[in-house]
Design a protein. Structure first.
Length: 281
């Protein structure tokens, strides 16, 4: 996972010193190539210990490992779509379309970069072996959960997605080690979803979390963490970008699962044929 992606995802959890280091890394990454930890601390205006702690918070053993990761990220970085500002009341339809398209492309790109192939493979393995699957989410995440449940049902997987938080919790309380809970929450802090994930954990039921990057009540209960890019509050518009990212994650899972299960592919083909025959009949 790119160092820059990690920094952007964890940005809100940084202290003031860490935020200064984060901004310098994102805006002047090339300069880090030639700086020591002492020099970086002096340039940014923080202590050397803050530099070391910042590197460790990002998952590196120390500054040298962080510096190498930044260089690697610079060498492999490709031009990515940027957000061009929020939509305003005065925007034309063409401007609205351009801004929304740019925003969605940026969200999809960063969501792809956040998720390691190994984590997706682990999630697919859990889905393949689950006896029952409960998909939990509220609000916009509930819509994503329902869509995923429909997709899994077409593969012959006993998946259910209740929109009511109490119904979710009641069903999850009946699950065990051979079942699976998928907890979808943009913030990772949705109370009802976090409680369902916690209940599953107590029942030794594995949990796949689809949340923002970093620690959260939902993510901390998960056996496998998958990440979607959370929106800045200033550009929120009915959670459009959050659902775009969440849909992308579940579609990756669905396609990977379809590839991995031959019986599932046959059931999917059969269900499509049945619906097609009904429409044409």
């Amino acid at each position: 996972m790119s160092t820059f992606v990690k920094i952007k995802a964890l940005r809100k959890s940084f202290s003031s010193s860490e935020a200064k280091l984060a901004d310098f890394t994102l805006n002047s990454a090339n300069a880090i190539r030639d700086l020591s930890s002492i020099e970086l601390a002096k340039v940014v205006g923080v202590s050397q210990s803050s530099v070391v702690k910042f590197a460790q918070k990002l998952g590196y053993k120390g500054f040298p490992a962080f510096k190498l990761a930044v260089i690697d990220a610079l060498n492999s970085e490709s031009p990515a779509p940027k957000l061009h500002g929020k939509i305003t009341l005065n925007d034309s339809l063409e401007q609205i379309a351009e801004k929304l398209l740019s925003s969605k492309m940026a969200v999809l790109t960063e969501t792809k970069n956040l998720n390691e192939a190994q984590s997706v493979e682990q999630a697919v393995a859990l889905l393949k072996n689950a006896r029952r699957v409960a998909i939990c989410g509220l609000g916009g995440s509930a819509l994503v959960a329902k869509d995923f449940a429909y997709k899994l049902q077409k593969l012959g997987i006993a998946a259910i997605a209740e929109a009511d938080g109490h119904a979710q919790l009641a069903y999850v309380s009946t699950l065990g080690k051979d079942d699976l809970v998928i907890a979808i929450s943009e913030s990772g802090k949705t109370r009802e979803v976090a409680e369902a994930a916690h209940q599953a954990q107590q029942n030794n039921c594995p949990v796949i979390a689809v949340t923002k990057f970093g620690s959260s009540p939902v993510a901390d209960c998960a056996s496998v963490n998958l990440y979607s890019v959370a929106e800045e509050e200033s550009i929120r518009l009915s959670s459009i970008l959050a659902r775009t990212a969440q849909d992308f994650v579940i579609d990756i899972l669905f396609i990977a699962l379809t590839q991995a299960t031959r019986p599932g592919r046959k059931l999917l083909e059969h269900s499509n044929d049945v619906v097609k025959a009904f429409r044409e009949g």
